[in-house]
Design a protein around this ligand. Structure first.
Ligand SMILES: [Zn+2]
Length: 311
């Protein structure tokens, strides 16, 4: 199943395996000016190639080495043999050898297993800037969802293609490898860029990104604070999961425990360990939620998207 929308110069392509006509889980790729950002999963690769049949695909830039972002590479490279594929250096091993992903069965069912591809280039080769004929996208390191995660920022129009560095909605279950300290730090980096459009891995484009980024940071910090207080009161992980989330959510069952509220509680604890003030430190220095007072003023005027002019 595939859906296509136009946001100015940016084509939003949402992909999902469908069961009985219903999507299981949406993942997005974005096309602009001959550049494709992310490659979607293998299970929708042929549909993606068909959608891109009438446009040039000269470059592909990957945000991170998960199967729903690299799985379509094999089919794309076959259709566009001259394309140059770029990814962060730590992402390259996953593209070359998808066995390293350690995919559980549910991931193979929802997204399909990527075929190995050995021709991808490190973003180091272009000094962390992807140039198209109209745009220049800066590579921004945004780890946390995965260690290798990067985002792409177009500073003239302030577009931020952030992959899974921002995931909307309330967090109720995480995978054990998610790193809350790195996720919050990356969200802060993204907020500091003052994006005017956020293009996340879900394909749900955000037109007012800053309040959403700040809200997500505040939510995570407040959740960690709740866990800290419940830990201090001597509650077990199971009790905290029940008190904060009403028990494990459905995703815990169908991912066979890979995603769980208990993992999220553990991620909060790891965050709390890192951010705990030193003994005797001034508690007033912890200004949770107020850190963004220090952000620079927004840019004075938004440039006009050339794609808007064409419409
Ligand atoms: Zn991911």
């Amino acid at each position: 199943m595939i859906q296509v929308e136009q946001h100015g110069s940016v084509t939003v392509i949402r992909m999902a395996r469908a069961v009985l006509g219903r999507p299981l889980y949406w993942t997005a790729a974005y096309w602009l000016d001959g550049l494709l950002i992310d490659a979607g999963p293998r299970c929708t690769a042929d549909e993606l190639v068909r959608v891109l049949d009438k446009v040039p695909v000269q470059q592909i830039a990957i945000t991170h080495g998960h199967e729903d972002h690299i799985g379509g590479l094999g089919a794309l490279v076959k259709r566009f043999p001259a394309v140059r594929v770029y990814a962060a250096r730590p992402t390259l091993p996953f593209i070359e050898n998808p066995e390293l992903l350690g995919m559980q069965r549910y991931r193979r069912i929802i997204w399909g297993k990527p075929t190995p591809f050995t021709g991808a280039h490190s973003l180091d080769e272009v000094e962390d800037v992807i140039h198209t004929s109209q745009f220049a996208l800066r590579v921004i390191e945004t780890p946390g969802h995965s260690r290798d995660h990067v985002s792409y920022f177009e500073p003239t129009f302030r577009w931020l293609f952030c992959g899974d560095a921002f995931i909307g909605g309330r967090d109720v279950a995480w995978a054990p490898e998610f790193d809350m300290f790195a996720i919050v730090s990356s969200l802060r980096t993204m907020a500091t860029l003052r994006p005017e459009r956020l293009f996340p891995g879900s394909g749900t484009v955000r037109r007012t990104p800053l309040p959403e980024l700040l809200g997500k940071i505040t939510d995570l910090i407040q959740l960690a604070e709740k866990v800290r207080k419940l830990d201090a009161a001597g509650h077990s992980t199971a009790e905290i999961v029940t008190m904060l989330f009403g028990g494990e959510p459905g995703i815990h069952r169908w991912t066979f425990g890979h995603f769980s509220a208990a993992n999220l509680v553990e991620a909060c604890r790891a965050y709390n360990d890192l951010t705990a003030p030193a003994p005797g430190a001034d508690q007033g220095a912890r200004r949770s939620g107020a850190w963004h007072d220090d952000l620079p003023d927004p840019p004075p005027r938004r440039s006009t998207d050339p794609g808007d002019l064409r419409r």
